[in-house]
Design a protein around this ligand. Structure first.
Ligand code: FES
Length: 319
């Protein structure tokens, strides 16, 4: 399911990051509760290229949706095309998906953003404020000029005493700074992080010993590199009873498609979550970057585009 929206406002946050405020074509609000904090959408731009962007407006305000787009130097036309849009242009959005979710039971929430990774954490900060929850947002960027949402974070009532800026932290100092963020946390706390993969790995290293690995929630927007050497074939069975052999060098997704079975998909690289489906029997071999550590450990869902099986047979349920 997708919807066409209109660009209602563009803000140049930094020389390489702009925000797009998106509204419905009919002028009405989106359905209240259209997405949960931390959700993202597939955005189809004018070139037809699909990219994933987090929604960063307050989840409780359905009047518009906000996305922030960083112009990537190696862009194949996705982010560059969105940087050429003007007010009034149209985009296609998928239904929002939530791979990064707030834990409702946490006694304290620490949000740790690296660069453009601020985007999902911004909607989470709005939501935590609406809950009256204890939270703090730590924003790491090379400099103030390269940070998005500076005015908003300094001036919105939800944020000023909860936002902590970390500009130009030297790589050698980063581990100690991150460990310092754990001072107010207990094992009942939760950490959420989004940013470059090495940054998130350092956040996990610093704070998982305090809150536990399953309380560190990570949002990846980079493809996984899958080593397929040594892979074995296995059988995948649908809840309808149809079953297929998945060869060592093929994905479940490609085998299903070849057999005329439609599966939601977008990135085909284990990052967007479009193809995540239920696992009813068997043990998945998770190779994606979209499910959380807790979801992977539970083994109830898997990404069909990259993940495989640790058992001879998997029974899955397409969403
Ligand atoms: S299609 Fe994006 S995670 Fe599978």
């Amino acid at each position: 399911m997708s919807v066409v929206v209109r660009v209602a406002e563009i803000t140049e946050e930094t020389p390489s990051i702009r925000t797009l405020r998106l509204v419905r074509l009919d002028g009405n609000s989106f359905t209240p509760g259209v997405y949960k904090a931390g959700a993202h959408v597939d955005v189809t731009g004018p070139t037809g290229i699909v990219r994933q962007y987090s929604l960063c407006s307050p989840p409780g305000d359905p009047s518009s949706l906000l996305i922030a787009v960083k112009r990537e130097p190696e862009s194949r036309g996705g982010s560059v095309a969105l940087h050429q849009l003007t007010v009034g242009d149209h985009l296609k959005l998928s239904k929002p998906r939530n791979l990064l979710q707030l834990a409702e039971d946490g006694d304290r929430h620490v949000l740790v953003a690296g660069g453009i990774g601020i985007t999902p954490l911004l909607s989470m900060a709005y939501e935590l404020y609406s809950w009256g929850a204890e939270f703090e947002l730590h924003y790491f960027a090379r400099s103030r000029d390269e940070a998005a949402f500076v005015d908003l974070l300094e001036n919105r009532v939800e944020f000023p005493d909860r936002v902590h800026w970390h500009f130009g932290v030297a790589p050698a100092d980063l581990p100690a700074v991150l460990q310092g963020l754990g001072a107010a946390l207990t094992s009942d706390g939760h950490v959420y992080t989004c940013g470059p993969a090495p940054f998130m790995a350092q956040v996990t290293t610093a704070l998982a010993p305090v809150v536990g690995e399953e309380h560190v929630h990570v949002e990846h927007f980079v493809p996984v590199e899958v080593d397929t050497r040594g892979d074995e074939p296995f059988t995948v069975e649908l809840d309808t009873g149809e079953s297929f052999e998945v060869p060592a060098d093929r994905s479940i997704l490609s085998v299903l498609e070849e057999n005329g079975i439609e599966v939601f998909k977008s990135c085909e690289e284990g990052i967007c979550g479009s193809c995540v489906s239920g696992v009813l029997q068997g043990t998945p071999d998770h190779r994606d970057n979209c499910l959380s550590a807790a979801d992977k450990a539970a083994g109830k869902e898997m990404a069909l585009c990259v993940s495989r099986a640790l058992t001879d047979r998997l029974v899955i349920e397409l969403y």
